[in-house]
Structure formats: C-alpha cells, structure tokens
Design a protein around this ligand. Structure first.
Ligand code: SF4
Length: 449
C-alpha cells in the first residue's frame, strides 16, 4: 500500500489527500487482483482530471460490473495495516490458557466439564464477566486474534433467543436464533464476528435451562402463535458461534435433543463446520433435529476456513448422522466467485449426494459472499493474503458488499440447476437475497416468515 501511495503522490501531486487516498486504494486493489506491481498498473498514467482518472481505474478494477453497467460508487476506504491484528495460525485443537468463570455458575456441570477438559488452563472466578471487563472500553483486532486463549463461562441473563434479523430488503426465512455461546474457535476470513464481537474470548453460558424456559414462554405468546400460524418453527444455534465446535466438551446437544422431543412443532438445527457429532449418534431424538453443514470446495476451506473440518470429514459426518436417523441440511454459504468456481461447486454437490440420499436432506441454502463495508478493512488486516477481496464486491441493495447481479444471478442459476439434477423436491432457499433474484431463479420461499 505504501508503494501505491508514494506512486500516487509522485504522479498526481495536485490531487488532495482524499483524492490521493482513493486513487491509491484503486491502484493497490488492481495490483493485487492482476498480480502485478502498482508501478506496472500505472505504467501509462490515465490522463485527465481526478474524475477521469478515477473512472478509468474503477473500470479496470471492476471490469465485469462495468461491462454490464452495474457500477455503483465503489467502497474505497483508506488502508492501514496493523501487524498485531493478523490472525494467529494456532493449532486446530482448541486449548484455552485461561478460563474465567462467573461465581453463580462456578459449580455448574459446564465448569466441571471445562475443568476436566483443560487441566492445564488457569481458572479464576469473578462476580460477573461484564463487570470484570468494564474497565476495558475497547477491544482491538489483536484481542480478537487472541480470543482462543480465553474462555468465559457465564450465566446469561437475558439474551436467549430472537428472530433472525435477516438483512434489509431480503426475503426472510422465518428463522429463530438460540444464542448458545458467543465467539468461535474457528477462523473464517469472511466471518462477520470479527467486526461484531466485543469480548476478548469465547463465551459459553452454563444456564441452559433458562433458555428452555424462555423458549416455552415465547412459544405460548400470542405473537409467536400469530407468526407461525400452525407452521413448524425453525430455530437453531450457530449465528454467533459454530453450533458444535465444542459439543464434545459442553455436551449442549444432549439436553437440547431431549427438550425438543417435547416440542415437535419446532425444528431445531445445529449448524457446523466441524465433525463433532458423537453425542448425537446414540441419542434418542424426536425426528425434529437437523444437523447441517456449511460447505465449500476443499480449496476454499484451506484458504478461508481455518481450523475447521475438511470437506470429506463434514460429508462423512453428514452420512453418519443420516444413518443414525437424523435429517441433514447443507448451506452453500458463502459461495465464492473465482476462476473455476462452477466446476469446484459442482464437485461438492456431487459429493453431497454420494454421502446422503435426497430424502435425508431437510433443506439446502445458497448465499453468495456478502459482508458489511466495515469488514473489508478487518479482513485485510487479519488475513493480508486473502483472495476473497480481489472479487468484484460492490455496495448492494442492503449496502453490504456483494458481487453484482450479473455475477450472482448466474451463480445461483447454475447451483440450483446442478442441485435439481439430483432432486427436484428438496427444499432450496437463498440466504439474505433480494426478491428480484428469488424471482429470476424461480424459487418459492419454502418456509413461512
Ligand atoms: S465457523 Fe462460522 S462462526 Fe466460526 S469463524 Fe467460521 S463463519 Fe464465523
């Protein structure tokens, strides 16, 4: 970036600071995308005033969007790389150095399990996590990168579950989120938690019975009855964490499976990138538990989903879950656009149907890469080698950065066509996607919202 800045200062000395910043950003992004130096990008400097120069570089940075007349003003923030924010490589195995337990749950089943799972960690008790952290007003990306070292066991006071907020302007899928934990031991380059988490560790609640009480109260409320109109409510963990990342230690799944046997009007989903399904295999369940996996080609898992299970392990687990009588789900989310994407995802789809039968599948969702503008700088700080930001990501209908329609639509179309070759009946839905795209790909929302 420094190189790009100094070239811009030399070549366009009359541009003001903000204009130089935008041109430097464009130069930097083009040089990454085309794998050449910023110097080469500007070998023959575009002529004209700032507007002309910017226009020329924007067209080169977003060639596809420009060709299809889909070029909103791009998001061109300043760039400052902080080496301390970089994601730490770490081991795939999770082993926190420090565990902080709230006094109220110091003798809970969860603290006992965590103590025996991590005998070398240092344990301390505090009256409340919130107060313990009160002196810290700001959490940095460096804290986020070290979050695997610190584990909190808490008594969650109120944030039990809620309707999924979806995204403004998208077709909702009526999902509810069971907030069982905050923070994830995995490290996906595109994860929104990097920008969202305000705790320097992983947080696990020990008072799971309070979640069940709050669910029962909610389910009886007139509001919930009106919303679900007799349809089955879909609910799941996995919005602020991975549902099964530590299930071999927490054992959260066992009471959940047991509880939802009494609530067959609800379908409960565990979403994961792990292969931690041992607690499910022999558990008697009510047929309303869905185990689901986020899927990507192995090449993407290697470069963008650190510490997670391989594609083969995820699909093998799905096959084992189906053999144990569970219905399974798959989430192609986020689908990334790169050279050869179509073939890579087609191979994953074929592998899915080698692992499970169509009738074992409860649903499949598809969602292309999108994220809030603020996450762009977080990703480049934490994962400077990432390739996902080289894509043509532009502010979309909800202001999130996403591929333009002319890239997204054919991606959905091709994925759906390939999936439908395996099964015409299986429920498919798009995640956080606007009505016009649903209409164009011809999918009817399979769930009540
Ligand atoms: S597994 Fe999910 S929650 Fe965990 S880092 Fe990846 S995207 Fe985020």
């Amino acid at each position: 970036m420094k190189k790009a800045e100094s070239i811009v200062q030399k070549v366009f000395p009359r541009f003001g600071v903000n204009k130089q910043r935008e041109i430097s950003r464009l130069l930097y992004e083009i040089s990454r995308r085309e794998n050449i130096s910023p110097q080469e990008v500007i070998r023959t400097p575009p002529s004209g005033d700032f507007k002309k120069v910017k226009e020329t570089l924007v067209k080169r940075r977003f060639p596809h969007a420009s060709l299809h007349g889909e070029l909103p003003p791009p998001f061109l923030p300043g760039l400052s790389l902080d080496p301390s924010a970089r994601a730490l490589p770490g081991e795939n195995d999770y082993s926190p150095r420090e565990v902080v337990v709230e006094q109220e749950v110091a003798h809970s089943w969860l603290s006992d399990r965590v103590r025996s799972a991590f005998p070398d960690a240092s344990f301390s008790e505090v009256p409340s996590m919130k107060r313990h952290l009160a002196a810290r007003t700001r959490f940095t990306l460096a804290d986020y990168s070290k979050r695997r070292d610190l584990l909190f066991i808490v008594s969650e006071p109120h944030d039990f579950f809620k309707r999924c907020p979806c995204t403004k302007g998208a077709v909702p899928c009526g999902y509810h989120v069971f907030n069982l934990g905050f923070g994830c031991i995995y490290d996906c380059t595109y994860c929104f938690l990097q920008e969202y988490v305000n705790t320097p560790g992983i947080v696990l609640p020990a008072n799971i019975e309070d979640y069940f009480d709050s669910f029962v109260r909610y389910r009886r409320s007139p509001r919930a009855r009106a919303w679900h109109r007799g349809g089955r409510m879909r609910i799941g963990t996995g919005e602020f964490s991975d549902s099964l990342m530590l299930d071999h230690i927490t054992g959260y799944s066992s009471p959940i499976i047991d509880f939802f046997k009494k609530h067959l009007d609800t379908v409960f989903e565990f979403k994961t990138k792990s292969a931690r399904i041992e607690n499910f295999l022999d558990a008697p369940h009510g047929g309303n538990i869905i185990l689901s996996w986020s899927l990507n080609p192995q090449g993407v898992i290697d470069t963008d989903e650190f510490h997670t299970a391989s594609l083969r392990e995820r699909l093998r687990s799905a096959g084992r879950a189906a053999a144990a009588g569970y219905r399974v789900g798959f989430h192609f989310d986020p689908v990334l656009y790169f050279q050869g994407w179509e073939r890579a995802y087609a191979e994953v789809i074929d592998a899915v149907f080698q692992a499970v039968r169509p009738r074992d599948i409860a649903w499949i969702s598809i969602g292309t890469l999108r994220f809030s503008p603020g996450l762009k700088q977080v990703i480049e700080n934490r994962f400077p080698e990432n390739k996902i930001l080289d894509g043509e990501l532009l502010p979309g209908y909800d202001r999130k950065l996403r591929y333009p329609d002319s890239i997204r639509y054919p991606m959905y179309e091709k994925m759906i066509e390939k999936l439908r070759k395996h099964s015409r009946e299986m429920p498919l839905y798009l995640c956080m996607e606007e009505k016009s795209i649903w209409r164009r790909v011809g999918i009817i929302p399979p769930f009540t919202s």
